[in-house]
Design a protein around this ligand. Structure first.
Ligand code: F6R
Length: 241
């Protein structure tokens, strides 16, 4: 386990972008696992900047997002599809056919999840997966639970997650109550993982993840078993370490 502590959000974003960029430079046809949320926005901005400077080329890259709210269509302002378009894809040259995000409107969720899982497998597996972390220790939308959910599945979102994510919606009632998310095994199969965390609200989840018991009650704690995981934390998120 590799732990990098940096001063603040900006430095975290720059460090993460450099790691992602080196992955794409070394393997132009990388399979990237991507996250949404507030945490990776700065990293995406840096990647866009590098692309615009001519230092990065995404034309052979394939991407798989961790998750999508269930019941929101692509056009919905709050869908993760829309988030990814706005914060990364429309600014860089990832080919549309190489972008993969679970379909939040799939009628048959089981079929959609299986299809997603198979597509990741057929691509050769994720080379580098980016993760944020929930204040309750979730990764993707793998919420604290009595067991680890292995593969892409339909999740019932935790009350805490619904409350935390309500900041992006007009009211808490508008936050979808379910989502499609990669599973723990899907994430753990990634060849490399980088987990980004910034701010005091993440410090408890971080200490439990890195130093606590491995338990499905803190889903991110499973990362202790991954052979190539790097935590990029700002000072506030790392405060308890
Ligand atoms: C998003 C995702 C989530 C977030 C987590 C942290 O695709 O999978 O696990 O990474 O909820 O969200 P922020 O970054 O908004 O604090």
């Amino acid at each position: 386990m590799n732990i990098i502590v940096v001063k603040d959000y900006k430095e975290m974003s720059r460090k993460a972008a450099k790691i992602m960029a080196s992955q794409v430079i070394l393997k132009p046809d990388s399979i990237l696992g991507l996250a949404t949320g507030s945490t990776p926005i700065g990293m995406y901005e840096e990647l866009i900047r590098m692309y615009k400077n001519g230092d990065l080329d995404f034309s052979s890259v394939k991407t798989f997002n961790l998750d999508e709210y269930y019941g929101l269509n692509k056009e919905n302002e709050q869908s993760y599809y829309n988030f990814m378009m706005k914060n990364l894809f429309k600014h860089v040259n990832v080919k549309k056919e190489n972008i993969n995000i679970p379909d939040g409107m799939a009628m048959d969720t089981e079929k959609e999840c299986l299809k997603y899982e198979k597509k990741i497998e057929a691509s050769g597996g994720i080379d580098m997966q980016v993760l944020g972390i929930g204040a309750n220790g979730h990764i993707g939308f793998n919420e604290p639970y009595e067991s680890f959910e292995p593969i892409t599945h339909l999740v019932k979102l935790d009350e805490k997650t619904i409350k935390d994510n309500s900041r992006f919606f007009n009211s808490v009632d508008e936050v979808p109550k379910t989502a499609l998310s990669m599973g723990i095994k899907t994430i753990m199969m990634s060849k490399k993982i980088i987990l980004l965390a910034s701010g005091e609200s993440k410090k408890e989840a971080i200490i439990k993840t890195i130093k606590g018991k491995i338990s499905p009650e803190v889903p991110a704690s499973i990362l202790q078993l991954h052979k190539d995981v790097t935590f990029i934390l700002d000072e506030k998120a790392a405060e308890e370490l």
